[in-house]
Structure formats: C-alpha cells, structure tokens
Write a protein that binds this ligand. Structure first.
Ligand code: COA
Ligand code: ZN
Length: 322
C-alpha cells in the first residue's frame, strides 16, 4: 500500500543510542546524563527505548551503571523501556531492574558470536531459550536480536539458510516472535534487505520483524525503504547516528533517529514523534559527547514542516531559509 493513499501508515522507530550508541563511545557518560537523555527521548514520543544492557561491565564498561539508569528514569505510560541481555545473569539483572522488555542477543555468525559473547551460537541459543521462558514467566516482553544477519566482518556473506534457520528456531523453539535482523557492520544493501525479509517472512510468518541498520556504507536509509517495501514497520535507530559494536571490526553508527523520522514523515508515514524536540536532543547529545556526530538533519534543519506542503504543487509554501 502506498503511504500516499490517505491513511498514513504508522512506523515504529525504536531508540538505541543509550545502548548501541554509548557502547562505542570512548568516554563514560555519567548516570544522571543518561537518565536525562532517556527521559527526553521518551518525552519526544518514542515508544520504545533501549535504556542500557546487562552485559559484563568488563566487556562494556560504558554501560556498567545499567541498574542505576533504570532506577533513575521517569517511566512514561505507553513507553517500553528495554535492555539488551546476553545471558542468564543479564536476565536476572534485567528482571531486578524492572526492564519492560529484554532483547536477547546472539549472532548468526559463529566467529562474531565468539568475539562478542565468548560462546558458540548453540550455547547462546540455549541461553536464549531458557531466558525467554524465565522472562515471560516474570511478565517481561521478550525480543531477540540476530547480529550479522546481512553479513559478518569475519566470515563475509552469511548463508540465507542460516538466517532462516535461526529465525525459525527463535520463533518455534524459544517462542520469540519479535526478532530483529541486525546489520551489525553495515553490510546490507536494498536488494538484499528486500529479498531476505521476504524469505524470512515466508519461512517464519508469525515473526514480527525489526530491522537494525548501521550506516557504515551510507546505505542505511535506502535499506529502511527496502524494508518498508517488504512490509516491515519496526526499525531501530540511534539519536544523532551514534553507535557500533565494540566487538565487530569496522562497526560505525546506527542509522540516525531524527534523519529517519524526517525521511519517513516526508514520505507520508507517521512516527508519532516530535521531530523538533528530537533534533534539539540530538544537538545536546553532540554537545555533551564533544565530537561531531553523523546526524545530518540536526545540522541542516528539517526540509519542510509537513509532507503535505511537499506534495501540494498548487499551493505556495513558505520557503524556509536556514
Ligand atoms: N552481567 C554482569 N556480569 C556478568 C554477566 C552479566 N550479564 N555475565 C557474566 N558476568 C561476569 C561474571 O560474573 C564473571 O565475573 P567475575 O570474573 O568477576 O567472576 C565474568 O563476567 C566472566 O563471566 P563469564 O560467564 O565467564 O563470561 P565471559 O567472560 O565468557 O563473557 C559475556 C560472556 C556474554 C558476559 C560477555 O562476553 C559480554 O558481556 N558480552 C557482551 C558484549 C556486548 O555487549 N556487545 C555489544 C552488544 S551486541
Ligand atoms: Zn547495532
């Protein structure tokens, strides 16, 4: 269905800057700053925010304060406050911190799984199966992320059969319907996204897919539009485009939240987010981090305030100079 046919389709943008973003920053963002950013992101209308991860503090020292961040945030009704979890120890911590959702992570690539999580894919899957059951019994929402779904920095192309197999097993054996196909080091391209999503949707029709792209090779937003075309409505993104996996060589920032929302709204989709507030928060984040971030709309300003202005050729619209 074209987004222009009258009913603007709702697209869910899930914010990962406080987790994926900060894990690749050299410095440690103080806990009260993290709390402030989570609260501002929630106030701007984002309905799911990955707040932190319950991983080993030795593996990712930037997120060692996950409990304190969860404790300090002001929870808005309707917002899902999620956390990444790599093992059962992480799940215990997430339950104790009252995370709304756990994002159970494994890689489709054996080499990346060992570099990132120090175990085999099978061991990760067994941990996920157990964690999914315990999390559901504790009343948490459960999602899974499959890293390197579009390629691996160590192994190159990932066989399609491997991705389909893990999606099926996550759904059928672990009972997880929310599955993220993650492009950990920006190896996806639009034709691959379109084809792979189509195959996963045929092979695991119950799966509710999220796409998680990094803009490593400049294809991030093009990949989103290929995903939209293939029927996906959930996308991860990071404020100001920060991010990257510290255990994947060459990893760079996630697609940028405010650039994505700007592009989606201009293209006739709804995101339910206050773009101006988000841009303001992205500028604050850049200022705080003390280095230039990849976000573009935060620098140029939005093109126009509403998509209707763009598609109404007879109306004269005010030209905005920035
Ligand atoms: N939270 C906190 N501490 C944890 C933990 C968790 N989820 N899991 C393990 N630990 C601690 C153990 O208690 C142990 O501590 P000790 O040495 O003080 O006794 C130590 O970490 C090692 O435990 P072990 O089970 O041997 O883990 P490991 O060293 O094999 O590492 C992971 C496995 C999964 C914990 C680690 O690789 C990890 O956290 N990776 C996440 C990486 C990441 O976040 N990548 C980016 C996101 S995809
Ligand atoms: Zn990522």
């Amino acid at each position: 269905m074209s987004p222009w046919c009258g009913q603007r389709r709702m697209i869910h943008v899930q914010e990962v800057a406080l987790r994926d973003g900060l894990q690749s920053e050299a410095g440690f963002m103080p806990t009260d700053e993290k709390i402030k950013f989570v609260d501002r992101l929630a106030a701007s209308g984002l309905s799911k925010i990955e707040v932190s991860s319950f991983v080993s503090p030795r593996a990712v020292p930037q997120l060692a304060d996950a409990e304190a961040v969860f404790q300090g945030i002001t929870r808005l009704p309707g917002v899902i406050y999620a956390a990444l979890v790599p093992n059962l120890r992480g799940l215990e911590r997430a339950i104790a911190a009252r995370a709304d959702e756990v994002n159970l992570v494994m890689s489709a690539s054996e080499s990346h799984n060992r570099a990132n999580l120090r175990m085999s894919c099978d061991a990760s899957f067994q941990a996920i199966k157990e964690a999914a059951l315990l999390a559901a019994n504790a009343g948490l929402r459960v999602a899974a992320s499959l890293s390197c779904s579009f390629g691996c920095p160590f192994e190159g192309e990932m066989p399609t059969a491997t991705i389909l197999m893990w999606c099926r097993r996550l759904q059928e054996e672990a009972g997880i319907r929310s599955i993220s196909l993650c492009d950990t080091t920006g190896m996806a391209y639009p034709a691959l996204v379109h084809d792979l999503v189509g195959l996963v949707r045929s092979s695991s029709p119950e799966a509710n897919l999220t796409l998680h792209f990094h803009n490593t090779r400049g294809l991030g937003l093009a990949n989103v539009f290929a995903g939209l075309d293939a029927g996906v409505i959930h996308f991860d993104a990071a404020l100001a485009g920060i991010g990257g996996c510290p255990y994947a060589p060459g990893a760079t920032g996630n697609i940028c939240t405010e650039d994505l929302i700007h592009a989606l709204e201009l293209s006739g989709y709804r995101c339910g987010v206050n773009l101006d507030a988000l841009i303001e928060t992205a500028r604050e984040l850049e200022k705080f981090l003390g280095h230039t971030t990849p976000g573009q709309v935060m620098k140029a300003g939005p093109r126009l305030s509403s998509p209707r202005e763009v598609i109404a050729p007879c109306e004269s619209t005010p030209v905005r100079t920035m």
